[in-house]
Design a protein around this ligand. Structure first.
Ligand SMILES: C[S@@+](CC[C@H](N)C(=O)[O-])C[C@H]1O[C@@H](n2cnc3c(N)ncnc32)[C@H](O)[C@@H]1O
Ligand SMILES: [Zn+2]
Length: 264
């Protein structure tokens, strides 16, 4: 089954092994690492840079988010599916574990960062990985049984388009007290935000599961963790340097895993 469509003319893409090509002659090379770049030329593409990607890889390989990964895999295992898309897959920590769950399932991953797509494709040899925006996905309508979203932009209209009828959105979001001790170590005052409404247009919530525990983190782990958060780039040097004097810290990890079904 080929779900890829051309980002320019939206015709189906044929995969020749080294290239993907549409009937109108648009072609896209599959990189040596195995991902295909389907980013629209001329659009400003943001996404995580190599510094953030490397920090996340170091931090995640320490197993600190393994309980979350387990909860996500349990949720995915409870759903019958053939095709799953990890939307905003980063450097593939969760994608790899999902690929290891079963043989024969079609696992796709997409990230706007080429570096992230490259890392995921070198880690997940059986998965189909591309660089593209979640807001303009190079997939045909009704392609996936499950979309996985772990801390990534929520492109609901595109999710509804590419999910099959009755398809599921499995989504991990941080709870208001997630990383509270890290924030307190960096900022003068920290506001604990209210939990947002769980309602999503076009989806019904089937299940939710809270995953909460403490992580005992060394100085370098704290710095990697901070660097992989969206706060890092918005924080001034003076505040960032406060972490230099923290040897180790017990930090709360708190997430909710939501399981939604597409309802129209
Ligand atoms: C916080 S990271 C999470 C990565 C991965 N899911 C994880 O938890 O390890 C968010 C990811 O979304 C990607 N991203 C940001 N904007 C995007 C977009 N418009 N389309 C696709 N990916 C996007 C970033 O490049 C980054 O890899
Ligand atoms: Zn085309």
């Amino acid at each position: 089954m080929n779900v890829y469509i051309c980002p320019v003319c939206r015709s189906p893409l044929d995969d020749t092994g080294k290239t993907m090509r549409c009937k109108n002659g648009h072609s896209y090379d599959i990189s040596a690492k195995g991902y295909v770049n389907l980013l629209r030329a001329g659009k400003t593409q943001r996404g995580d840079d190599i510094e953030m990607i490397s920090a996340r890889r170091r931090f995640l390989s320490g197993g600190h988010y393994a309980p979350l990964c387990l909860a996500l895999c349990d949720t995915v295992k409870s759903i019958p599916y053939e095709t799953l898309l990890d939307a905003g897959c980063g450097e593939g920590y969760y994608t790899e574990q999902i690929c290891a769950l079963f043989d024969g399932r079609q696992i796709y991953g997409l990230d706007i960062s080429k570096k992230a797509a490259e890392k995921t494709s070198s880690l997940c040899k059986t998965a189909h990985i591309c660089a593209a925006s979640a807001y303009d996905m190079p997939y045909d309508d009704d392609s996936f049984d499950i979309i996985l979203n772990v801390f990534s932009p929520l492109a609901l209209d595109e999710y509804k388009r590419v999910l099959k009828h009755g398809g599921r959105l499995v989504m991990a979001v941080p709870n208001p007290n997630h990383l509270i001790e890290l924030k307190q170590a960096v900022y003068e005052s920290v506001f604990v935000k209210e939990m947002k409404s769980t309602a999503l247009d076009g989806f019904d919530l089937m299940n939710e599961r809270c995953v909460e525990y403490k992580m005992e983190l060394s100085n370098s782990e704290l710095k990697d963790l901070f660097m992989m958060t969206p706060y890092y780039k918005k924080t001034g040097m003076k505040d960032k340097q406060k972490l230099d004097s923290v040897d180790c810290l017990d930090v709360t990890a708190s997430f909710t895993v939501f399981d939604y079904v597409r309802n129209n």
